[in-house]
Design a binder for this molecule. Structure first.
Ligand SMILES: *Cc1c(COP(=O)(O)O)cnc(C)c1O
Length: 407
């Protein structure tokens, strides 16, 4: 007799994005002549840049000739790509060995899978609100009890609120794994060096491990802010960094990311090098490498011309973010984010519950956003608007909110 993994049964139904999809579809069925402007799911909309397209074509062409054909590649990813990424970190003032960089098919799979190299009874702390994958992967990994109202027993939720500028205080009890995301999805907050240092110091003292999601690092416009956790002294001893080309270069559907597991990383029962080795073992067992064609595209992103073009792409989305934030602030709505991240995190007027506000904005303005409470209990009373979209759609959505939202 086979049995299902019981931890999957703890996952709460109505995962955020399917629920949004369902409500939007129901609205459209009742209002067949309306078009909904979608600022909900953070999905990229602008085409790949010319240099990246050429890189991907080259990846295909290499496979077309016997002398340049390749099959399975380097297990950790193409050496040239890892060298180019090491160069990016070098530009941030961080020296990495290419054996510390693991190329993957994206930051979501890595951030979900990384928990598997840690013991099941490790205590997990997460930012609240946060990217739902960290919670759900630890539920599946058996590190929680049951769930109710979007919270699971056994997890340590670290509230990120107006009062702490959306960066959490240290957990009140000893924890072993700490998930941090900066710039943050959904709040748009980007951590300072000093804020990150509080966690690095804590992790080093307690031999805890920080799992740092840097998927939005290139959206940081304030040059004083760190673009990698390794800018904090000592972070290599206690932090894993996960990142992606998805948002930076429109690779959401193409799929390419990377994870840094420093050789200096330690935890309670692992000496330097062991965690790096375990991740290699995990990836070589459960994953067979990112597509060689796509890695060629990644190399093109990191070329000088590719970087220029992707900065323009990022600038395009950030101009959208500014339009959203200014439009809402013009209505007297309190907004956060949108300056170092492509998300605007707005307070719902009058403290309206997030889902009620979702329905209201959909109904009155035909705009789809994301209810803050879907990212964790402390997201209640907030609403996320994504800056990923065509300029005209963003402008139309903001105009519609200005014209039609009753306050
Ligand atoms: C979009 C996003 C990712 C990217 O995931 P990919 O699998 O690389 O597309 C990772 N982390 C956060 C917080 C995100 O918002």
């Amino acid at each position: 007799m086979a049995n299902v993994n019981p931890h999957y049964r703890k996952l709460q139904a109505g995962f955020l994005f399917p629920e949004i999809e369902m409500r939007t579809r129901a609205f459209l069925e009742n209002n067949p002549n309306v078009s909904v402007m979608r600022l909900g799911i953070g999905n990229t909309t602008e085409p790949l840049t010319p240099t990246v397209v050429a890189g991907l074509h080259e990846g295909v062409d290499l496979l077309a000739r016997p002398e340049t054909y390749s099959g399975y590649g380097d297990e950790q990813g193409a050496q040239a790509l890892r060298e180019a990424l090491a160069q990016r970190y070098e530009n941030y003032g961080v020296a990495l060995d290419i054996e510390e960089i693991f190329i993957s098919d994206g930051a979501k799979p890595d951030s979900a899978n990384i928990q598997s190299i840690f013991r099941q009874d490790n205590a997990v702390a997460l930012q609240d609100p946060g990217y739902p994958v960290y919670v759900d992967s630890n539920v599946i990994g058996g590190r929680t009890g049951g769930g109710a109202d979007g919270q699971y027993e056994g997890l340590v939720y670290m509230p990120c609120t107006e009062d702490n500028q959306f960066f959490p205080a240290l957990p009140g009890r000893k924890v072993d794994l700490i998930y941090l995301c900066s710039p943050n999805n959904p709040t748009g907050a980007a951590a300072t060096l000093g804020q990150l240092k509080t966690f690095v110091d804590y992790a080093r003292e307690h031999r805890a491990v920080i799992i740092f999601d840097a998927a939005y690092a290139v959206f940081i416009s304030d040059r004083r802010l760190p673009r990698t956790i390794y800018e904090v002294e000592g972070a290599k001893e206690c932090a894993i960094e996960i990142s992606s080309f998805s948002k930076e270069a429109g690779f959401t559907g193409v799929r390419l990311g990377w994870t840094v597991v420093p050789k200096a990383l330690v935890c309670e029962d692992a000496a330097p090098g062991e965690l790096n080795n375990l991740w290699l073992r995990r990836q070589t067992t459960m994953f067979n490498g990112a597509s060689n064609i796509v890695q060629q595209g990644g190399l093109a992103i990191l070329s000088e011309q590719g970087q220029k073009e992707s900065q323009e792409l990022v600038g395009y989305y950030m101009a959208n973010a500014k339009t959203i934030r200014q439009g809402l602030e013009g209505l007297g709505i309190t907004c956060y984010g949108g300056d170092n991240a492509p998300y605007v995190w707005m307070k719902t007027p009058g403290g309206m519950p997030s889902w009620a506000f979702f329905d209201k904005v959909l109904d009155e303005c035909h705009v789809e956003g994301t209810p803050g409470s879907g990212f964790g209990p402390s997201g209640e009373g907030y609403f996320r608007l994504s800056a990923f979209g065509h300029r005209e759609d963003i402008e139309r959505a903001v105009q519609s909110i200005q014209d039609n939202l009753t306050l």
